[in-house]
Each structure stands twice: as structure tokens, then as C-alpha cells.
Design a protein around this ligand. Structure first.
Ligand code: GLP
Length: 264
């Protein structure tokens, strides 16, 4: 697992945006096939999206040949609701970049047959050639997408029931009213994320520190689903000093030394 530690949220986000842009350019230089990108929601990726949008406006990168698949969506929340992940993505990224509308994929949490919707999503990812890079955030308990504790490491896209903790944490987006937070969501599975050719996870702030410590220094566990990244050949976690705050001094120093050696 590659660990990138930056001083601040903003520096970590710029690192991630430039890394994604490099991967898109690198694929474009060797093939005309589209770059397939997995995308998260949440407050974490906002600064990464800001930097990607800035790069598109400055002509430094284009999303014209990018196909994207979002990680998750609430069940039963209208797409037009300001807190739906559809609204979030159009506001924070899609309205600001040149990705063609038909290349954007987000699970439909209002589909008449939710199981069929999940199956079709996995098929669509496969038909696109698989995900080149899955970008993700984590919840305070280490969940990736909406793979709550006890999700199978082999899980695929499916209907999930949110934990009380996640409902409480996410209620901040619903005016603090937990009763307004949907109880279920559609989410790609842990194995869907791990099937990507590369996975980049973002974790910023002190509330993510314990989950990061357990995922990096503990074993693979279904109680902290980002720990499954240990099973991926090309997994990276980008964090700030605060999220790195619970790592052992020795681990922290090692990650910093690896980076320094790579940049030499
Ligand atoms: C939700 C999303 C996750 C996201 C998490 C963290 O649970 N389903 O994909 O990583 O929130 O959100 P934030 O980035 O706001 O801390």
C-alpha cells in the first residue's frame, strides 16, 4: 500500500487531482480507449474536484474521453434533492468539466427494481472495460462507498442498510435531522472497488485517524472495509497530517522516507 502524507487537506487534494490527471493523460498517450474513473461523494473530494475543474478550465486536462461511475446513491431520495449524490456530483464536478453527459454513470436509487439496477451497473462497468482508477473517501468507521462494517470483502453492487452511526454523521447534510437521512443506499461493493486497476483513497482530518490506523497497521477486516485495500496491488491512501495522527511514529517515518526516496 502506498501512503502519501501531505501537511494539509488542500495539498493532499491537489496531489490527488494531479495524480488523476497524469493517469488520464498517460492512458490517452498510448490508446484511444476511454479512461474509466470511479468517483466518490462526501466533503472529502470537494477540493480534489475543485482542482480538476480548474485544470479543465485552464486547458491542462480534458474529460472528453473519460467515462465515470459513481460509488453510491441514497435509495428513495429524488435525484433533484440537493443532498442526492446526483445533485452533489453535478454541482461539484460534472457541471464544471467537459465529460460528455452520456459518459456519466450514477446508480439510480429510485429504480423500480433496485436489484436489477445493481446488476446492470456491474455489467456497465465491465462493458466499459473495467475501472482504471477508483477514487474513494472513507467514513469515520473506515467504510468505502457505503460498505458499512460487516460488508463482505467480496461484495458487489447492491442495496445496503446504513448504520446508525452513518445516519448520524450524514445528518449534518440534512440540517442535523436524522429522520431525513435515507435508511438505505445503493453502493458498489468492496470487490467492485478492488477490481479497479488502481485505487486511490482520500482521508483528511482527525475524525479519520483511527480508521486509517486500523486500515494501515491492522489486519484486513470487514469491520473497516477500507482495510481491504491491503489486498490490492496498486492501492494508495492520500492523507493529511491529521488523518495520519494515529499512525505509529515508525510507520509514519517509513512512509515519509519512501516518498523522499522516490522524489530524489
Ligand atoms: C458517505 C459516502 C462515502 C464517503 C463518506 C465520508 O458515507 N457514502 O463514499 O467516503 O460519506 O464522507 P466525508 O467525505 O464527508 O467525510
Amino acid at each position: 500500500m502506498r501512503i502519501i502524507i501531505r501537511d494539509t487537506y488542500s495539498e493532499g487534494s491537489v496531489w490527488a487531482a494531479h495524480y488523476i490527471a497524469d493517469r488520464i493523460r498517460e492512458k490517452a498517450a498510448r490508446t484511444s480507449e476511454p479512461f474509466v474513473l470511479g468517483l466518490p461523494t462526501g466533503s472529502t473530494p470537494i477540493a480534489t474536484y475543485d482542482e480538476l475543474a480548474r485544470m479543465v478550465a485552464a486547458g491542462e486536462i480534458s474529460f472528453k474521453n473519460v467515462i465515470s461511475f459513481n460509488m453510491d446513491e441514497y435509495v428513495g431520495l429524488p435525484e433533484s434533492h440537493p443532498e442526492s449524490y446526483h445533485s452533489f456530483m453535478f454541482k461539484n464536478l460534472f457541471s464544471r468539466i467537459d465529460e460528455p453527459r452520456e459518459n456519466i454513470h450514477i446508480l439510480n436509487g429510485n429504480a423500480p427494481d433496485l436489484q436489477a439496477e445493481c446488476r446492470a451497473y456491474e455489467r456497465a462497468i465491465e462493458e466499459a472495460g473495467g475501472i482504471d482508477l477508483f477514487l474513494g473517501g472513507i467514513g469515520e468507521d473506515g467504510h468505502i462507498a457505503f460498505n458499512e462494517p460487516f460488508s463482505s470483502i467480496y461484495s458487489r453492487t447492491r442495496v445496503v442498510t446504513l448504520t446508525d452511526d452513518t445516519i448520524r454523521v450524514n445528518s449534518r447534510f440534512f440540517g442535523g435531522d436524522e429522520s431525513l437521512v435515507p435508511r438505505q443506499a445503493l453502493s458498489v461493493g468492496v470487490a467492485t472497488v478492488l477490481s479497479a486497476k488502481e485505487v486511490v483513497i482520500l482521508a483528511f482530518g482527525p475524525k479519520k485517524a483511527r480508521a486509517i490506523r486500523d486500515a494501515v497497521e491492522g489486519g484486513v477486516s470487514h469491520t473497516n472495509t477500507v482495510s481491504a485495500l491491503q489486498l490490492h496491488q496498486f492501492g494508495t491512501i492520500v492523507m493529511d497530517e491529521l488523518a495520519a495522527g494515529e499512525l505509529k511514529v515508525n510507520s509514519y517515518n517509513y512512509f515519509k522516507a519512501v516518498e523522499a526516496a522516490e522524489n530524489r
